[in-house]
Design a protein around this ligand. Structure first.
Ligand SMILES: [Zn+2]
Length: 295
């Protein structure tokens, strides 16, 4: 009997001690961009002004968010926040979203941006509909935030949005366990984080894409998220060593010129701004502020 109690306590301790498992259940943040959603091939299809095409693809975006929610629930998630992380932050259709998720829409003035809502109480983060960084070949709708940024580097490492967002999650000790998007972004994040569960829903061929059927993509996303969360103990939060040196290479004269007056930022080249801090949150605030400096 005593042995049974000891074993039971040992098992309980082991479960509670799993990395990425805060006490009180598993919280999952699902950050959903749009350019990497199945079938999308043009920026018009991600733009509310485009009308019917956008309305059609925001349903597919919602379906892929739901597939991730279903996978998370199957893996035992107790709380799920879906962060609408594209454009206006108002793309996912609220009443078509899974009832077990809460939806975070629009933007605060804070620096977490596409990861708004994340904190240390989350056990894992999931990226849906992501795309590669500006300049990647054979990528679909590749860009880095505003389209006015040619490259974003931290400590010499060129990062896609998924890379910076993983650093934000890592700041709160949350690992990114799954990504879906085009083949190029899946390859790019594997190069950065190493092991990660991924579903490439399409492949860029020049400006064209070869895409899975949306139902097949949704099924694979559900299964992939479930598997990733079941094995979440093997994923580490993504971190770089401080101090953090942010270098932005830009293609917008106004952004370079205005950005050099942001407190702490320096113009370090014709098209380059640099900001350095030991605190990642300060770097994120600067990045957020420098983007606003383009206007
Ligand atoms: Zn987007």
């Amino acid at each position: 009997m005593k042995k049974t109690i000891l074993i039971t306590f040992s098992i309980l301790f082991f479960i509670c001690a799993l990395p990425g498992q805060p006490s009180g259940g598993l919280k999952v943040l699902i950050s959903v961009d749009m350019e990497g959603i199945t079938g999308i091939v043009s920026h018009d299809e991600c733009n509310p002004k485009a009308g019917d095409d956008y309305q059609y693809f925001r349903k597919i975006m919602t379906r892929e968010a739901n597939a991730a929610v279903e996978g998370a629930l199957a893996a035992g998630a107790t709380e799920i926040v879906v962060r609408d992380a594209h454009g206006s932050g108002r793309n996912i259709i609220p009443d078509l979203l899974h009832k077990n998720a809460r939806l975070l829409r629009d933007w605060s003035l804070g620096p977490k941006e596409m990861m708004e809502g994340i904190d240390e109480t989350f056990g894992a983060a999931v990226f849906i509909g992501y795309h590669a960084s500006a300049g990647k070949p054979n990528a679909n709708l590749e860009h880095t935030w505003s389209g006015r940024i040619t490259d974003l580097k931290i400590n010499g490492l060129s990062l896609p949005e998924a890379g910076l967002n993983a650093l934000i999650a890592g700041h709160f000790n949350v690992p990114v366990v799954f990504i879906s998007g085009d083949q190029a972004v899946c390859d790019q994040v594997r190069g950065l984080f190493g092991e990660i569960e991924s579903v490439a829903v399409k492949q860029g061929i020049g400006a064209a894409t070869l895409s899975l059927h949306p139902e097949v993509a949704a099924q694979q996303i559900k299964e992939g998220v479930e598997k990733a969360l079941q094995n979440r103990g093997k994923y580490k939060p993504y971190k770089l060593t401080p101090p953090y040196k942010l270098v932005l290479t830009l293609k917008d004269e106004k952004m370079v010129d205005n950005g050099q007056y942001y407190p702490g930022a320096k113009r370090t080249g014709d098209w380059e701004l640099t900001f350095e801090s030991k605190d990642l949150m300060e770097v994120l605030k600067a990045f957020s502020g420098l983007q606003k400096a383009e206007n």
